[in-house]
Design a protein around this ligand. Structure first.
Ligand code: HEM
Length: 329
């Protein structure tokens, strides 16, 4: 009798799980596309396209890593950042300096050739970012897939949700927590700033008029202040690399954290995570514990890739990442 009841309960449970997964689609999983694109390896197709583009233009590694962040933090990882149109996320001012869209388009075109309508743009962003991390010398990690693409993208949401470079650590930790990410995830993910560059206007006030004092930020070393002022006179449109070692501009290593500890953070948020008691010990660990940053970055990207994922009928697989297939009525 007992056995009968428990197996009936099990059967009922299975039916329920099946029904739920049919209406909401499947959860994210590693290798979701295995066997779904003939006998092509979807992740390998993505990697090869990114690798070919990277060979000509290493800056795209920074572009692709940042794209995943800017997608996931606004409306979840639904490829809303890729939609073109008058008032879409792309048009919000922090997104005007995003780069790497052409790589996403090339990846998507290669996938559509292999198996049309199978691989979502949201997954392309996540797989492409992992490819970028690896090509930049970071550790390979297993990426979860199975996301669908969203139907909406709003400039106002990007403005409201993308973090500001002058943010206090406490507020940034809250923002990430509201997306299910821990304080450690936040500090590790900010290590994305180990690659790429920033425009001068994003930290100009630190050079000339820090918090309306009429003076530079006292946390900057005089050497660095001198060098940055040279590249960034007032109202300059120039860019500076996050790291000052030319060999390391596009290398996924932990010199970002080492620099922070000698007051060489460029953006205020970079410098803040080193000085804040909330995050200072984590920064030290990331700077000094061998291999720690390298082993934590991938898992933190995976956690970020879980934000607000759409499955089943909540989304679609776009044919072209810049536009939805059907407008919802
Ligand atoms: C509080 C959080 C963050 C703030 C305030 C912030 C802010 C910024 C700013 C102001 C820039 C320069 C953009 C420009 O010049 O127009 C930038 C660049 C960049 N950010 Fe962040 N960021 C944050 C978190 C992240 C995270 C979590 C990642 C990735 C995991 C990331 C990856 C990048 C990369 C790779 C670049 C360089 C892009 C390039 O060279 O094309 N950032 N960020």
């Amino acid at each position: 009798m007992m056995r009968c009841t428990s197996s009936a309960a099990l059967a009922l449970g299975l039916i329920l799980v099946t029904l739920i997964s049919q209406s909401y689609g499947q959860k994210l999983q590693v290798g979701y596309y295995n066997g779904k694109c003939w006998n092509y390896n979807v992740e390998e197709i993505v990697f090869n396209v990114v690798k070919a583009k990277f060979a000509r233009d290493p800056t795209i590694v920074a572009g692709l890593i940042r794209l995943q962040f800017h997608d996931c933090i606004v409306r979840g990882c639904d490829a809303s950042v890729l939609l073109n149109g008058p008032k879409t996320e792309k048009t919000a001012s922090p997104n005007l300096s995003l780069q790497g869209f052409y790589v996403v388009d090339a990846v998507k075109a290669a996938l559509e050739k292999a198996c049309p309508g199978v691989v979502s743009c949201a997954d392309v962003l996540n797989i492409a970012a992992r490819s970028a991390v690896f090509l930049a010398g970071g550790k390979w990690y297993f990426v979860e897939t199975g996301r669908r693409d969203g139907f909406e993208s709003h400039q106002s949401e990007a403005i409201a949700n993308l973090p500001s470079e002058n943010m206090q650590v406490r507020d940034a930790v809250h923002l990430f927590a509201s997306r299910g990410l821990s304080k450690e995830d936040f500090v590790v993910l900010l290590g994305g700033h180990t690659v790429g560059a920033t425009h001068c206007d994003k930290f100009e006030s630190r050079l000339y008029n820090y918090h309306n004092t009429g003076k530079p930020d006292a946390k900057m070393t005089s050497n660095m202040l001198y060098a940055l002022k040279k590249t960034c006179p007032r109202r300059s449109k120039n860019q500076v690399y996050f790291k000052n070692n030319p060999k390391s501009h596009y290398r996924m290593d932990n010199t970002y954290y080492k620099n922070l500890l000698v007051n060489q953070g460029i953006l205020e948020i970079d410098s803040n995570i080193a000085s804040s008691p909330l995050t200072n010990s984590l920064v030290k660990k990331l700077a000094y514990a061998p291999g720690y940053f390298e082993s934590r970055f991938g898992p933190a990207m995976v956690n970020m890739g879980r934000i607000g994922v759409l499955t089943g009928k909540q989304g679609e697989v776009r044919k072209y990442c810049g536009a939805v297939n059907h407008h919802k009525h």
